[in-house]
Design a protein around this ligand. Sequence first.
Ligand code: AMP
Length: 126
Amino acid sequence: MSYHYDDQNIFAKILRGEIPNSTVLETAHSLAFNDINPLAPVHVLVIPRGPYVCYDHFALEASDEEILDFTRAVGQVCRMLGVQADDAGDGCRLIANAGANGVQEVPHLHVHVLGGRMLGRMLARA
Ligand code: AMP
């Protein structure tokens, strides 16, 4: 099975500059911006610039350069916003929803960086 990227998704439009965003970080292969409907004091989305639906798609098809850039961008966002988990930060949660069971709304890979308050346990038991 393979992935089919919909270039009309809202993050593709953000990457093309067709709709505005509140940018936190720009790198060669990644973009980070504030979530429009924040669920925590810090709620940033980090996305690769390339056309990848989800993490698995990215890991399968992205170049090493893209993967390195994106991985570093996520860490850099955490540190820029002071939510890293070292002695100076209070920690955060990284979430990458995928597909139907993950309740992914936007079919372009994004890592949610959530922090700034105690987030509680990861999931409630079903
Ligand atoms: P997910 O359910 O993981 O696909 O999350 C999609 C996220 O995108 C949600 O948290 C939305 O609030 C966020 N979102 C949707 N449209 C925009 C937008 N134009 N700018 C910033 N965040 C957005």
